[in-house]
Design a protein around this ligand. Structure first.
Ligand SMILES: C[S@@+](CC[C@H](N)C(=O)[O-])C[C@H]1O[C@@H](n2cnc3c(N)ncnc32)[C@H](O)[C@@H]1O
Length: 300
């Protein structure tokens, strides 16, 4: 097992959430006065395990064990998460550059990594505004890095749960940061597969899309087993992979339903490695290695 030292909890956040609010008026963590929720180091968490695969530093032994177990069954997992990240960055750049989108709501943010949504958007539109939302206390702990907004841009972070969209939509930081009467890029990147069918993810996405003004975009990536060779699928099923709770990969038809009523940008709903990837360095990974559907769609 990796002998990397445990991450230090709280060092990045020792003075509490309120300090980030005070640090700059362009940035806000909401709710500013809430106590930091407890961090469970005995169960793997999606954000920390994803950070491990991405080569970050914010993970515990339990996350690494879970990550290694998945990698043993699906050796391309690190390729898959890097491809997901690249899709996120290409999609944000396309929306900002080609469609003038200067506001983003990024739900299921993840632990800050290279090329976060606001960094990509603000390189193109310096005044771009981004609201991040995640339900993992570790992401909250590191939210300060997401608040490093360029001037005159602006960022905010909401500790909220996609399964209960009101925790995000009713948060004052949302309307304090974004103008809901102008088009928004709604980012749902590698998060919907953590909602099981009982969570009613299709109803939740519909609720989110309904609040978007016309001309907004949905950017979505979603894990799938559709491209996976049978023997790899069997290996995944056979191994007792230490999990972090629910994980629900979906088929093309199931992912497509999230985009009902929206107009897909070219090339449509495709494997994440194929979405406008012409400028990515060769050789490109295969769809089987990427294990991800990706799409960008416009609300008419
Ligand atoms: C695989 S990471 C993806 C991070 C980032 N979107 C990206 O693609 O690089 C999934 C993120 O979704 C978050 N997440 C999972 N379930 C969630 C929920 N119900 N509400 C909000 N965030 C959630 C996790 O905490 C994690 O940070």
């Amino acid at each position: 097992m990796n002998q990397r030292p445990e991450m230090s909890t709280g060092a990045a956040w020792s003075s509490g959430v309120g300090e980030a609010v005070a640090s700059t008026q362009r940035s806000v963590v909401s709710p500013a006065t809430a106590p930091l929720p407890a961090i469970d180091t005995t169960v793997a968490h999606p954000a920390r395990r994803y950070d491990y695969w991405l080569g970050g530093k914010t993970h515990y032994a339990v996350d690494r064990a879970s990550g290694d177990a998945v990698a043993a069954a699906f050796p391309a997992i690190r390729t898959a998460v890097l491809e997901n990240r690249r899709f996120l960055q290409r999609a944000v750049a396309v929306l900002a550059r080609d469609h003038g989108i200067d506001q983003f709501l990024d739900i299921g943010t993840g632990i800050p990594s290279a090329g976060n949504t606001h960094e990509i958007a603000q390189q193109i539109i310096p005044s771009a505004r981004v609201v991040y939302a995640d339900n993992d206390p570790v992401v909250l702990m590191h939210a300060r890095a997401l608040l490093d907004s360029s001037d005159p841009g602006r960022t905010a972070y909401i500790h909220g749960d996609l399964r209960d969209p009101a925790t995000i939509l009713d948060d004052p930081a949302l309307t304090a940061t974004l103008d809901l009467s102008h088009p928004i890029g709604l980012m749902l990147i590698a998060v919907l597969h953590f909602l099981v069918d009982q969570d009613e993810p299709h109803r939740i996405v519909r609720q989110l899309v309904d609040m978007l003004p016309a001309g907004s975009f949905v950017v979505l990536s979603h894990a799938t087993y559709d491209f996976m060779p049978a023997e790899e699928l069997a290996a995944l099923a056979d191994r007792a992979v230490p999990s972090h709770g629910p994980f629900r990969p979906r088929s093309r038809a199931e992912v497509s339903r999230f985009l009902t009523g929206l107009h897909l940008l070219d090339p449509g709903l495709v494997s994440g490695n194929e979405w406008r990837a012409d400028d990515e360095p060769a050789p490109r990974p295969s769809a089987a290695e990427t294990a991800l559907y990706a799409a960008v769609a416009r609300k008419p």
